[in-house]
Design a protein around this ligand. Structure first.
Ligand SMILES: Nc1ncnc2c1ncn2[C@@H]1O[C@H](COP(=O)(O)OP(=O)(O)OP(=O)(O)O)[C@@H](O)[C@H]1O
Length: 286
């Protein structure tokens, strides 16, 4: 694996709060990794540690650099958008584009304009006159126009409407991504990114508790809709989660015998969100 990120024993505490707990992580080039976790699990702290934005303990290697000591060099090849996207409010959108063009060697001005052409953001508007979602659109356009080896997106679509969220993820996959780039995304809207991920990680209480590529995920997890009279057989096969459904129950299985599942009822793929809830909350879902 052509490795882009490797951490060993990554730990970070804020006073008594242990936000990251000896976290080991490896991400290879060309992967699109979804980092999924409950509120307060440590996702932002992990991304900030990788970007050198907070000082953590342990070994951290990002593109061959230690972000604590070689942050400036590392950032030449890394691009990120934080969940608190801010831009200078007095600038016009055009000026923001010109500014990034002036300071960033890998910025493609035309690309930024092309991304913005898919929005209703006027180039001559001052940032302070834009809605929150529009500011995020400008920020995303600036970030997506930078040719970086690693793109880190912390809740990139927070506050964006449903239509633009789709447009953004389409552009990310079709216009931005190629095999040389690695992308890490955190979001609570798991269903929106499921189709574009190559890998998924669940993070709980400051540690990665699940790390799986999507091909393996597709082959390991199933959801079966079971009518009332079959439920005791279904439970005997030890599902990892269950969902109450109209006229029966749906059970989530990990590595179960496909034939045994067929005998219980309708078998379908289990979604990332369903497996996440089953594994992290470990029980029934509404
Ligand atoms: N600056 C800080 N000072 C003190 N505690 C902090 C600070 N930043 C984060 N924490 C704590 O560290 C833990 C992890 O927070 P973090 O923001 O990394 O979680 P998250 O997974 O990104 O959460 P969310 O999904 O809610 O954004 C939480 O318990 C949080 O309260």
């Amino acid at each position: 694996m052509n490795q882009v990120i490797k951490t060993t024993g990554l730990s970070k505490s804020y006073g008594k709060k242990q936000a990251l707990e000896k976290l080991d992580l490896e991400i290879g080039a060309g992967r699109i990794v979804g980092l999924i976790g409950p509120n307060g699990a440590g996702k932002t702290t992990l991304l900030q540690s990788l970007l050198g934005l907070c000082v953590a303990d342990g070994d951290i290697d990002v593109l061959g650099f230690d972000p604590r000591r070689e942050r400036a060099k590392m950032l030449e090849q890394v691009c990120f958008i934080a969940d608190t996207a801010t831009l200078p409010r007095w600038m016009t959108v055009k000026q923001a584009i010109a500014y990034v063009a002036g300071v960033h060697p890998n910025f493609n001005e035309q690309r930024a304009r092309d991304f913005l052409a898919k929005t209703k953001v006027p180039l001559n508007s001052r940032i302070r006159t834009l809605s929150k979602g529009m500011v995020t659109q400008v920020h995303l356009a600036l970030v997506m126009a930078i040719d970086a080896k690693l793109l880190v997106l912390d809740e990139p679509t927070l506050g964006l409407d449903l239509l633009y969220r789709r447009t953004f993820y389409d552009a990310l996959l079709n216009d931005y991504y190629d095999d040389d780039k690695t992308i890490i995304i955190t979001t609570h809207q798991v269903e929106e990114i499921e189709h574009l991920l190559t890998d998924v990680m669940f993070i709980v209480d400051g540690d990665v508790v699940f790390d799986c590529d999507l091909d393996t995920f597709e082959s390991r997890y199933r959801k079966v809709t079971v009518a009332g009279e079959q439920q005791s057989q279904a439970e005997a096969l030890k599902p990892i989660g269950e969902i109450r459904a109209l006229g029966g129950k749906q059970y989530i299985y990990e590595d179960a015998d496909p034939q045994a599942l067929q005998a219980l009822g309708d078998v379908a793929r289990a979604s990332l969100a369903e497996v996440f809830v089953a594994k992290v909350q470990g029980g029934s879902q509404a």
